[in-house]
Design a protein around this ligand. Structure first.
Ligand code: IPM
Ligand code: MG
Length: 371
């Protein structure tokens, strides 16, 4: 393996994370053996498993590896046994620290409805057939990180919980810039979702996105939408959207809605990107949008496709291998078309397969497509 090999840090995490990540590493190996991808994989702990072993949801040593990696592949974190841990020890803090310390401010969450899955959506097939939208979620600011935050004892038997929604100009501009750039390569339409009717950050968000639009992207169509209306429109007529850019919290919620349009949370990948350095390379982490699903962990029921599609985003955005990304996407499409389904996307007539069988089916489809 040459010294130019990409450094990939694999963090399977908790719950179904390890199961789905096993399938991803098999697919990474396949690309190494068959397509010349040079990747050095390193594994480490994050989330509850890291807490159990080290007392922290992510160690400084692991963070150091993440900072030096070309890409981080992340599984999922969390589980009921960690619910009562102090805030700073919770598994989710490992994920949030990765996002924050790597400065991954742009979270790309595509919601693409595969033809074979239109029936799995809870919406009518005609509403979701051919759906292809991209949510660009701000990931390092807003109420997730704003200060002050905490729970205060008011002394009279009452407590006060505080979280702060805060955005600076540049935090808004840099994520909106990513959204406009991506829209140019798609259908050239950006919806900017905020609550400018009730929030100061919303008013400012709207002003800043328009300023940037006038200065740099007047050739892209920009539409404002209130975040609550956006949620409603996503389930009413999702195909009206192309790119949706929004803040951290609204992005969290809207991307779950968008995910369900595609038939299953188990289908939605994501990429979290930082600013490009002087060589044009961005720090990056790839993770499925689904969580750790502790209720089905270890049973071979999890759908590995969201994590596999997240690796496809790594091929596209970190390794500059668009063709290989297309190949993997097409292989997933073929597997779905063949009728194989994990439980979450199963229909009465489909062939139900386990996590491992789904991974094997994708590997088989990759072989068939390239032989
Ligand atoms: C997500 C998740 C996370 C979030 C949790 C696990 C902290 O829901 O990536 O959407 O709220 O951002
Ligand atoms: Mg979420």
């Amino acid at each position: 393996m040459s010294t130019n090999a990409y450094k990939v840090l694999v963090l399977p995490g908790d719950g179904i994370g390890p199961e789905v990540m096993t399938e991803v590493t098999r697919v990474i190996d396949w690309f190494g053996e068959n397509r010349g991808l040079e990747a050095n994989l390193d594994h480490d702990l994050v989330g509850g498993v890291a807490y159990d072993k080290t007392g922290q949801p992510i160690t400084d040593a692991c963070m150091e590896k993440a900072l030096n990696a070309d890409a981080v592949m992340f599984g999922a974190v969390g589980g009921p046994q960690y619910d009562n841990l102090p805030f700073e020890s919770k598994p989710e803090r490992g994920l949030l620290r990765l996002r924050k310390d790597l400065e991954l401010f742009a979270n790309l969450r595509p919601a693409l409805c595969f033809d074979a899955l239109t029936e799995a959506s809870s919406l009518k097939p005609e509403l979701v057939a051919g759906l292809d939208i991209l949510i660009v979620r701000e990931l390092t600011g807003g109420v997730y990180f704003g200060e002050p935050r905490g729970i205060e004892d008011l002394g009279n038997g009452q407590r006060r919980g505080v979280d702060t929604q805060v955005y600076d100009t540049e935090e808004i501009r840099r994520v909106c810039r990513v959204a406009f750039e991506l829209a140019k390569k798609r259908r050239n339409l950006v919806h900017s979702a905020e609550k400018s009717n009730v929030m100061h950050t919303g008013v400012m968000w709207r002003q800043e996105v328009h300023k940037l639009h006038e200065e740099e992207f007047s050739d892209v169509e920009l539409q404002d939408i209130l975040a609550d209306n956006c949620a409603m429109q996503l389930v009413r007529a999702p195909k009206q959207f192309d790119v949706i850019v929004t803040d951290n919290l609204f992005g969290d919620i809207l991307s779950d809605v968008a995910a369900m349009l595609t038939g299953s949370l188990g289908m939605l990948p994501s990429a979290s990107l930082g600013a490009p350095d002087s060589a044009g390379k961005s720090k990056a982490m790839y993770e499925p949008v689904h969580g750790s699903a502790p209720d089905i962990a270890g049973e071979g029921k999890a759908n590995p496709l969201a994590c596999l599609l997240s690796f496809s985003m790594a091929l596209r955005y970190s390794f500059d291998r668009g063709e290989d990304a297309d190949l993997l996407d097409a292989a997933v499409n073929d597997v779905l078309a063949s009728g194989k389904r994990t439980l979450d996307i199963a229909t009465p007539t489909s062939e139900k397969v386990s996590t491992t069988q789904m991974g094997e089916a994708v590997l088989h489809a990759l072989k068939t497509k390239t032989s």
